[in-house]
Design a protein. Structure first.
Length: 145
C-alpha cells in the first residue's frame, strides 16, 4: 500500500478488504459444509457396498441364465429377479445387458415405458456361455471358401 494515504483513506480501504475476505471465508465455509454433508451421505452407502460380495459379471450372468425355466420363452425381468435386494437387481440388470451383447439372451420392451418402468422381458437363446462359443468362432472373412 502506498504510504501517502491518509488515515481517512486507509480506514474505508481496509474495511472493504475485510468485507471481501470475510465473504470469501463464508463461501469457503459453505462449500466445506456442503462437502461434509455429501461425505456424511455417501459414506454409509460406500460402507454398505463393501459388505456385499465383489461384482463378477460372469457369475451374475450365470445366475441370470439359471433363473430361466425354459429356452426360447419370454420372461419379464421382474420375474427373473423377484425377491432380490435392490443392489442384486442392479447387478443382474448389468449382467443381463452383457448377456444380450453376447447373444445369450434377447431383450424386448413392451410399449408404454412412460406408463410403467418394468416393461423389459428377456428370452434365453442358449445355455452355452459366450466365452466358450467365441473360442471356436471363426469370422466369415477367415473361413475357407
Amino acid at each position: 500500500m502506498p504510504e501517502s494515504l491518509s488515515y481517512e483513506e486507509l480506514v474505508p480501504r481496509n474495511v472493504e478488504l475485510f468485507i471481501a475476505n470475510s465473504q470469501k471465508f463464508v463461501q469457503e465455509t459453505e462449500l466445506s459444509q456442503r462437502i461434509r454433508d455429501w461425505e456424511d451421505t455417501i459414506q454409509p452407502l460406500l460402507l454398505e457396498q463393501e459388505q456385499h460380495v465383489p461384482f463378477d459379471i460372469h457369475t451374475y450372468g450365470d445366475q441370470v441364465i439359471s433363473r430361466f425355466p425354459q429356452l426360447n420363452k419370454w420372461y419379464p425381468f421382474a420375474e427373473l429377479v423377484a425377491g432380490q435386494p435392490a443392489f442384486e437387481v442392479g447387478r443382474s440388470m448389468l449382467a443381463s445387458l452383457q448377456l444380450v451383447n453376447d447373444y445369450t439372451v434377447e431383450i424386448s420392451q413392451q410399449p408404454g415405458l412412460e406408463a410403467a418402468v418394468d416393461t423389459m422381458s428377456l428370452r434365453l437363446l442358449t445355455h452355452q456361455q459366450a466365452h466358450k462359443r467365441f473360442q471356436t468362432y471363426t469370422a466369415p472373412s477367415m473361413a475357407q471358401p
